[in-house]
Ligand binder design. Structure first.
Ligand SMILES: CC(C)(COP(=O)(O)OP(=O)(O)OC[C@H]1O[C@@H](n2cnc3c(N)ncnc32)[C@H](O)[C@@H]1OP(=O)(O)O)[C@@H](O)C(=O)NCCC(=O)NCCS
Length: 192
């Protein structure tokens, strides 16, 4: 579907999503400590364009930035909360939302290492992507992944993304160039 999307009609309130084990909700200042628990881990940030966080102050800046992206309707990031204890253990979201000449977005996600390999991110992303295609009416969802990030590549393959190509030395951070593998998923492919 390629009809014009009027973003002003979206996100009057923050959209919450529910999965069997999780709640996907807005991230606020109250969650800075929970974020520090995994954004402070080098295993989580090793491929990101930012270093592991050492303090809550810097995390507050990111929370403010996430909030402004949402208000501008240029992106949305959910906190991933366990239903059992209400704890925030990860985040996921649409980093961008481009509606000119198509309707597409790039996704991002991260999880506290303690909860890896339990199908949690697969569960969160399945519901997030369904929201993207059904409610935001996205036509294309994209992910950029480091060639060494096997966990991220595996989850995208499980979600039926196609490995489309490679952007060589596409970004410079942490003192060197980084190559991205591009994965893409089109709306008709997800609902097959
Ligand atoms: C990538 C990440 C979100 C995966 O989360 P997760 O909840 O552990 O993933 P899931 O348990 O839902 O796994 C989904 C599939 O990927 C596979 N997988 C997950 N991590 C893997 C790894 N490190 N190596 C190989 N396969 C892996 C799982 O086995 C599963 O496939 P299966 O059902 O066929 O067994 C998590 O490792 C993480 O937060 N990494 C650091 C941040 C990051 O790299 N974010 C992405 C940036 S592009």
């Amino acid at each position: 579907m390629n009809s014009f999307i009027d973003k002003s009609l979206f996100w009057k309130t923050f959209p919450e999503l529910t999965t069997p084990r999780l709640e996907l909700k807005q991230i606020t200042s109250d969650h800075a400590q929970d974020l520090l628990a995994f954004w402070g881990e080098d295993t989580v940030t090793q491929y990101t364009d930012f270093e592991s966080f050492k303090s809550i102050n810097k995390i507050q800046d990111v929370i403010n930035w996430i909030q402004s992206r949402f208000e501008e309707k240029n992106g949305i990031r959910w906190g991933i909360f366990l239903k059992t204890n209400g704890k925030m253990i990860g985040t996921c979201g649409f980093n961008s939302w481009i509606t000119k000449r198509g309707n597409k977005s790039e996704i991002g996600y991260d999880l506290h290492p303690k909860y890896w390999r339990r199908g949690i991110m697969y569960e969160a992303l399945t519901h997030m992507i369904t929201y993207g295609f059904q409610t935001m009416k996205l036509h294309r969802i994209e992910a950029h992944v480091d060639p060494d990030n096997m966990g991220s590549q595996k989850i995208l393959e499980k979600l039926q993304f196609t490995k489309e190509g490679c952007l060589r030395e596409n970004g410079f951070w942490k003192g060197r160039y980084w190559t991205n593998i591009v994965f893409g998923l089109l709306e008709p492919e997800f609902f097959l």
